[in-house]
Design a protein around this ligand. Structure first.
Ligand code: AMP
Length: 280
């Protein structure tokens, strides 16, 4: 596996691949990798001739400096894991490389970035869209693989790709979970054993909502009331939002009439977790 730190070297490598007729698959990450990330890399390997993974903890998408500072990092292990699954290139830039002095441009997606996480983390998707646009220009991929664990992020990136005519395909991939249902996340490492147990209520709420829909419930208000009750039943969970919305527009629905996204963000102790399920 080749490790590339500089933008110009990355662009040169990608250009050479393109000239040689190779299809480039790309997986952007913030590191502290787990099987969820690796599932995206494996998908990238299937879709492309070469796969590039980036690790960059993007300061621009964190609302609070403390959240950025506390974001877990484990470089050596990440490298080993990426090597083991056959990553061709790890792009691993520094923050000043990505945001040099004088940097002053941002990408702002409106509507789909406004609800859910966007309502609670005002600058978040501006930071995400900006860094992903930059990474696309640096890595020049033909396909980019994203996880639906960050469902709104997938929608925002797809909107940006469409609106700004990026010549690439976005592949959204399903959420990989621990055996007990907890969605894998780099942030899980910050949960104490008790908090880890408490956080299972999120997957439980998502599953119960699906059961309600299967049994015929269509009223969003009733489903959300039960979801809130399951999340808060045992204490220790502070719900930031639980929302039912259209999976493409992310507009809130009051009555379910087709596949509907149930998206949850909740604080367990000091850790903010997100998860979702498209109710069928
Ligand atoms: P992150 O490092 O958290 O920014 O995530 C990098 C990519 O991995 C994003 O596209 C995430 O949606 C994806 N991802 C994170 N967790 C999971 C998971 N449990 N299953 C599938 N994809 C995931």
């Amino acid at each position: 596996m080749r490790i590339i730190n500089h933008i110009c070297d990355m662009q040169r490598w990608s250009e050479a691949q393109r000239v040689a007729g190779k299809k480039i698959a790309f997986v952007p990450t913030m590191g502290y990798l787990h099987e969820g990330h690796l599932s995206l890399v494996l998908k990238g390997k299937k879709q492309g001739d070469v796969v590039v993974v980036s690790i960059f903890v993007n300061p621009m998408q964190f609302n609070q400096q403390s959240d950025f500072d506390k974001y877990p990092r484990k470089d050596e292990q990440d490298r080993r894991m990426l090597e083991e699954v056959g990553t061709d290139v790890l792009f691993y830039p520094t923050a000043p490389e990505i945001y040099p002095e004088g940097f002053q441009t941002a990408v702002e997606v409106s509507k789909v970035a406004d609800p859910l996480c966007g309502a609670f983390r005002p600058e978040h998707f501006r930071g995400v869209a900006t860094v992903v646009a930059k990474l696309f220009n640096i890595v020049k991929p033909h396909v980019a693989v994203f996880g639906q664990k960050d469902f709104q992020q997938c929608v925002v990136i797809q909107q940006m790709v469409k609106d700004l005519n990026f010549d690439l395909e976005i592949l959204p991939m399903p959420t990989i979970r621990e055996s007990d249902g907890l969605a894998m996340s780099s942030r899980n490492a910050r949960l104490s054993p008790a908090e880890r147990h408490t956080s299972l209520s999120i997957a439980r709420a998502l599953n119960h909502a699906q059961e309600m829909v299967t049994e015929g419930e269509r009223r969003a208000e009733i489903i959300l009331k039960t979801v809130q009750e399951i999340l808060t039943r045992e204490g220790g969970v502070r719900v930031e939002y639980a929302s039912l919305c259209h999976p493409e527009t992310l507009e809130e629905v009051t009555q379910l009439s087709g596949p509907t996204l149930l998206a949850i963000a909740a604080w367990v102790g000091e850790v903010r977790l997100i998860d979702n399920r498209v109710l069928q």
